[in-house]
Design a protein around this ligand. Structure first.
Ligand code: HAM
Length: 422
């Protein structure tokens, strides 16, 4: 009996061939754009104390209640794979004496996140986010800046027609007042509600608005935006004015309540017509001025967003002309053992000239090596044999038209550079 093969866990994926490069290219573009705005890269652990998310993201949220990968380690500590980046970044930056005086602190981050979600296209149990957080300042201009970074990222990724859905969740007082309104609206409906919603009505009424089962009740529920106090209304007005001044289009959508507990004031989601409406947003974010205190840290207002890289990839893969990833441009082949040193020197010179180069010094049939190039999308081969070593030259073969020429290394590099510009 043969040993059964082990499959990848449900909801995870392997990034093979061009997919790995496509993922990294999205991450690289976000790093470049946010760096241009002055955001410093931060890296926080992939697992954290489960309590960080229970308190931060919120115990009443689907993310913590139904989707979190929680476990106890061998030292009996309650840990969780991070379902999102924000609480970890705040934990790190609000407490660290080396940075806690730098305000605003502009942070960017990226990496894998984990949610026990129902897998489908663009939705995984391990997925990747890129994001930013700005800490220490409560100012509508910063909210606008954060949206500006996301907007420039979409543009650098070649993704147009992103619909920014903007809302305000107001201040703590606004939400307390609204909570009462929601309870008054939902209480007579209690018997018609799903089990989750009956519990939410008692524990966390704002989360009633996340329900997909009771969507018709959500649609008729009172709207928070209508009851904002004067100062939070002004704040929201200033964010909108700032966006107009930057030429960033948006739609005010009072139904954007987000699925996480920590938000106040400005909240937003990025939608795209290729995805499936609210459940499949490209990204989202907002302001969270009370989060640090909930985590037991000094008061630190903040605002940020995260984008789902797999969803960016779905849209990018539909766009023509997006390079899905770099294969080596050239394969350098040593035709015999005596030519290996020369082949290595050639490969080093090509890499120094920024030409992605693979080296093959193994014994084997030339035909097979050419076939490998075809599979990998490599269009040039450099062959080094006895004659090339003697003359200090190489043979450059164009695998597309099957022509070849003898050149010295400088001419060869110039020839490859010219072909890349063609
Ligand atoms: P979020 O809306 O929970 O916000 O997630 C942001 C994005 O991550 C989603 O819009 C989606 O693109 C992607 N995403 C979420 N779950 C999955 C999944 N199962 N598979 C693939 N992609 C997924 C946050 O995570 C907040 N931390 C954003 C934030 C930053 N707010 C303030 N700062």
């Amino acid at each position: 009996m043969s040993t059964p093969a082990i499959a990848a866990p449900r909801g995870t994926r392997d990034y093979l061939d061009g997919d790995g490069a496509a993922l990294l290219s999205c991450i690289d573009i976000h790093r470049r754009v946010s760096s241009l705005f002055g955001y410093r890269h931060v890296i926080t652990p992939i697992f954290e104390a489960a309590e960080l998310f229970e308190r931060g993201t919120g115990t009443g949220t689907d993310v913590v209640e139904k989707e979190m990968y929680s476990f106890t380690d061998r030292g009996n500590r309650a840990l969780a794979l991070r379902p999102e980046g924000t609480p970890g970044v705040i934990r790190a930056l609000a407490a660290d004496p080396a940075v806690r005086d730098i305000r605003p602190y502009r942070a960017q981050y990226d990496g894998p996140m984990f949610r026990y979600d129902r897998p489908q296209k663009g939705r995984y149990r391990e997925f990747h986010q890129v994001g930013v957080e700005v800490l220490g300042v409560r100012d509508p201009n910063i909210d606008v800046e954060v949206l500006h970074v996301a907007w420039e990222t979409f543009s650098a990724l070649g993704i147009g027609n992103v619909d920014i859905r903007l809302n305000s969740l107001g201040s703590r007082e606004d939400r307390l007042h609204y909570r009462d309104e929601l309870v008054a609206y939902y209480t007579p409906l209690r018997d018609e509600l799903c089990e989750d919603c009956r519990r939410r009505l008692d524990t966390n009424p704002l989360r009633l608005l996340d329900c997909k089962t009771d969507a018709r009740h959500v649609a008729a529920a009172p709207i928070l935006l209508d009851g904002l106090a004067a100062d939070t209304r002004t704040y929201f007005h200033d964010v909108q004015e700032g966006l107009r001044a930057e030429g960033i289009p948006f739609t005010v959508d009072p139904r954007i309540v987000r699925g996480l507990d920590y938000y106040c004031d400005t909240t937003f989601e990025f939608w795209h017509s290729s995805l499936n409406g609210a459940q499949n947003a490209l990204g989202g974010g907002g302001r969270y001025d009370g989060l640090a205190e909930v985590l037991g840290l000094p008061h630190t207002p903040g605002v940020g967003y995260a984008l789902g890289v797999e969803r960016l990839m779905v849209i990018r893969s539909e766009l023509e002309g997006i390079q899905q990833g770099l294969s080596p441009s050239v394969l350098v082949i040593a035709l015999d053992a005596e030519s290996v040193k020369h082949a290595r020197t050639c490969a080093t010179a090509l890499r120094a000239a920024s030409v992605p180069t693979a080296l093959d010094v193994a014994k084997g049939k030339l035909d097979r090596k050419f076939r490998w190039c075809e599979r990998m999308g490599v269009s040039w081969c450099i062959m080094c044999g006895e004659d090339e070593v003697r003359d200090g030259q190489v043979t450059l073969r164009n695998l597309q038209d099957r022509t070849q020429e003898r050149l010295d290394m400088d001419a060869c590099i110039a020839r490859l550079a010219a072909s890349r510009e063609e």
